[in-house]
Design a binder for this molecule. Structure first.
Ligand code: F6R
Length: 608
């Protein structure tokens, strides 16, 4: 959460920082600010609210200068306000800092600095950083930053400029993402590559406790000991257009419509008829796979829901027991992990703090970790033993859509790969699944064409305060994702239940007009879902149901029905989630919600 940027070059820093912050606004959007060295003196403009407010403020107080840092905030310590907005400075306003992360020992550091004569004016943890740097400053800003970080506990990606040395930006990270963009006679720092794609696609991915010094001469990367590190420059394959709205009203709608393409892209070269599944980037040996007796899938939010689908699919196809856990729970229990455990972590951003901590815990206990992630160079991709990249392209809307479907494709592909090695499926069975997978993009396209039913249902029902989602088996896993999507962007309270649980409590909440979304794609339990539908309708519930094409009998019992093109039971989640995403989108827009930037949320949760 929070986005940071920095620029040093020959152009005006203010406009480049603003553009960068606009690209990072999905990471936090309660306040924003920039700090620029204008004629070697530090100037700061910051305010509560969106980047637009900052842009307006800057247009009234333009800042000259070609070196600066900027920040867009998701508040943790201190309410969103002009005062608590970043950048923060030392009392003399000679050192300016932007920070993403949490300084966990800030109270102790604050007391210590106060005992040395320092004064503080904000409620933030960040304010200790410029003051610590000030304390250690003795003619070298890089040395002072290195010493300050040795005192700091917690997570941080920081950018520092100082009027003492107005010819450089110093940056460092620990457990929060930070990249350095290398342009021609200019360089950038940013929380992620989308902020620099308009200017360069050549980046350095900093590792923990690596320090970057950006000067006119270029970028130098140092270790904590002050030694130069030779780092490889990576070329980003995403282009700037991929991170634009492309004519859609919202990023979320654009990303929902990109799903046929990203499903196809994620299968490309991996799923080819008549050929073995190709998992390049995954080097786990056949012996290791044969020794696996348990798989953990660990993730957060939407990625966790993809993991639940993964449990059903891997157990069914590869016959290996799978346990799924939310990363924030997994990391604080005592999971039974050893060298025969395979851990699959799923993370769109590759930066989620809890997922990263779970990965580290599993590795420490000897497990092999495969990461399914969308972001090359992300911390999770670099720390996992193997990486399966989802080719979803940049996902900008805070609510995840296209990343989720590609995570499902990744899971299906890994399950088939394991099934082949474990001999749990015949070659013919594997080919049949591959054939059906290859038809999914076309089927996703078809669902997108039938969005009128969803739009109409949303227009009639957006004013409800509560909704329920029901499903059994894989439909339940998708129901959870549909429910999360609805609540996060439309603020309608919703809950997902396995159909069979209805009678064990939730049915007490069904009354006249209660909206219930029912997924009934799984043939094996279709009749059971019809019974659940009847139980809800009898009590006055209003149902929107999703069933496979051909199951028109469902219409007799429900208010509205939408038909999902037929596929194999294990593959329905990839396409049945699409109408649920559209439903939450249309509900949210009907309510006038800010779909791409829902309140209180941030795209990348890099703090615990
Ligand atoms: C929901 C959503 C979040 C993320 C979660 C994990 O729409 O986007 O629930 O899925 O924060 O993020 P990643 O996948 O980046 O680890």
């Amino acid at each position: 959460m929070c986005g940071i940027v920095g620029y040093f070059g020959n152009r005006r820093a203010d406009s480049i920082l603003l553009q960068g912050l606009e690209k990072l606004e999905y990471r936090g959007y309660d306040s924003a600010g920039v700090s620029i060295l204008d004629n070697d003196s530090l100037k700061i403009v910051k305010c509560k609210g969106r980047i637009k407010n900052l842009r307006d403020k800057l247009s009234k107080n333009p800042l000259n200068g070609t070196i600066g840092i900027g920040h867009t905030r998701w508040a943790t310590h201190g309410e969103p306000s002009d005062l608590n907005a970043h950048p923060h400075t030392n009392e003399k306003a000679t050192i300016s800092v932007v920070h993403n992360g949490i300084i966990e020992n800030y109270i102790h550091l604050k007391e210590w600095l106060c005992s040395h004569g320092y004064n503080f004016s904000t409620d933030t943890d960040t304010e200790v950083i410029p003051n610590l740097i000030d304390y250690y400053y003795n003619g070298s800003i890089i040395e002072a930053v290195i010493k300050a970080t040795q005192k700091m506990e917690g997570s941080y990606a920081i950018g520092v400029i100082s009027s003492y040395e107005p010819d450089k930006i110093v940056a460092v990270r620990k457990d929060s993402p930070l990249i350095i963009g290398a342009g021609k006679e200019e360089a950038f720092i940013a929380s992620d590559v989308t902020a620099v794609l308009n200017y360069t696609r050549d980046v350095y991915y900093l590792d923990d406790k690596e320090f970057a010094i950006i000067t006119k001469e270029g970028v130098e990367i140092l270790s904590e000991e002050g030694e130069t590190i030779e780092k490889e420059l990576s070329h980003v394959t995403w282009n700037a257009e991929a991170a634009e709205k492309g004519g859609y009203k919202h990023f979320m709608l654009k990303e929902i419509h990109e799903q046929p393409k990203v499903i196809r892209d994620t299968m490309t070269s991996r799923i080819v008829l008549g050929e073995d599944i190709n998992l390049d980037g995954i080097t786990i040996s056949n012996d290791e796979i044969n020794n696996i007796n348990k798989i953990y899938i660990v993730a957060c939010g939407t990625a966790y829901h993809a993991g639940i689908v993964g449990k059903y699919v891997i157990e069914k196809l590869a016959k290996i027991p799978v346990e799924v856990d939310v990363a924030s729970e997994f990391r604080y229990r005592e999971p039974m992990i050893n060298e025969n455990t395979l851990m699959i972590v799923i993370s769109q951003s590759g930066e989620t703090a809890d997922t990263l901590a779970a990965l580290r815990l599993a590795k420490k206990n000897g497990a092999r970790v495969i990461a399914i992630t969308n972001v090359m160079g992300s911390t999770i991709s670099r720390e996992a033993n193997d990486v399966f990249y989802t080719w979803a392209g940049p996902e900008i809307a805070v609510a995840s859509t296209k990343a989720y479907v590609t995570q499902l494709i990744a899971i299906d592909t890994i399950a088939l790969y394991l099934a082949k090695l474990k001999n749990s499926l015949s070659d013919a069975e594997i080919e049949e699944i591959k054939e059906e997978m290859l038809k999914l993009p076309e089927k996703a396209e078809k669902i997108l064409e039938s969005k009128e039913v969803i739009q109409k249902f949303a227009a009639e029902n957006y004013m409800h305060k509560d909704m329920f989602f029901l499903g059994r088996g894989l439909d339940y896993a998708v129901a959870m994702e549909g429910s999360l999507k609805l609540k996060e962007i439309s603020y309608i309270h919703s809950e997902a239940y396995p159909g069979g649980e209805l009678k064990h409590g939730p049915i007490a909440l069904i009354e006249d007009g209660t909206v219930v979304i029912v997924l009934a794609t799984q043939e094996k339990v279709f009749d059971k879902m019809v019974s659940n539908i009847k139980e809800v309708v009898t009590r006055g519930g209003k149902i929107l149901a999703f069933a496979p094409e051909g199951h028109t009998e469902i219409e007799k019992s429900v208010h509205s029905a939408l038909y999902i093109p037929e596929t194999l039971p294990i593959l329905y989640p990839v396409i049945s989630v699409i109408p649920l995403q559209l439903l939450s989108y249309y509900m949210a827009t009907a309510k006038g919600c800010d779909v791409d930037k829902p309140r209180n949320l941030a795209k990348s949760v890099t703090v615990e």
